[in-house]
Design a protein around this ligand. Structure first.
Ligand code: ZN
Length: 204
């Protein structure tokens, strides 16, 4: 499983790499000092900073919204939602699920930094759809320790969006839970589809 693959740091000497097959641990010689992807990012930052003008903002998001979304590389949140620098908080993790740590960030977002609305975004073709809680036991078998965290995998995107909405709405720590909406982003079309919250039937 790809998640279990260990990747070595490229600058490490092959004979110091633990737990890798010789083929994986043996970068071709000319590559050894080639720029890493991080080097590339740092170089790009120099160009960014050259054109950067201090926007003079404080830390409170202009639109007073926090967006919780999957970390998926195909989801460009700012472009997809028409967001500008300073507009929102973005809280991202595998699946865009509402974990205790997501609640931690939302609580700080609302109580310390003034956001009031919450937008939850899952997406089609999410990696979490292909995992189960069995992943934790596979990890245990490999490394001798089972993680304390839940995988938070899901089979039904809409059901998990509803679950996430409920977790936000029922959190005792949040000040604002009257504007919480959930969506599925389609990675093929770029469109958001809103997930309607199931109505509790009136007692009739
Ligand atoms: Zn995803």
């Amino acid at each position: 499983m790809g998640y279990l693959t260990r990747t070595g740091r490229r600058r490490r000497r092959p004979d110091t790499v633990v737990g890798m097959t010789p083929a994986e641990s043996m970068p071709s010689a000319p590559d050894a000092l080639a720029p890493t992807v991080t080097d590339r990012l740092v170089a790009a930052n120099r160009g960014y900073a050259d054109d950067f003008a201090d926007p003079g903002m404080d830390a409170r998001p202009v639109l007073r919204v926090a967006v919780v979304a999957c970390m998926d590389a195909r989801l460009d949140l700012h472009a997809a939602l028409g967001l500008e620098l300073g507009d929102c908080h973005t809280i991202r993790n595998a699946g865009g699920v509402v974990t205790d740590d997501t609640i931690r960030s939302l609580t700080i977002s609302q109580r310390a930094l003034g956001t009031r609305s919450v937008v939850l975004i899952h997406h089609t073709d999410c990696g979490l759809l292909n995992l189960t809680e069995e992943f934790r036991f596979e990890l245990e078998a490999e490394v001798g320790q089972r993680p304390a965290w839940s995988v938070e995998s899901f089979r039904d995107l809409d059901a998990d969006v509803r679950q996430s909405i409920r977790r936000v709405e029922t959190s005792p720590f949040l000040l604002h839970t009257d504007d919480v909406r959930g969506f599925v982003f389609d990675v093929r079309t770029g469109l958001l589809r809103e997930v309607s919250v199931e109505q509790i039937p009136a007692g009739d």
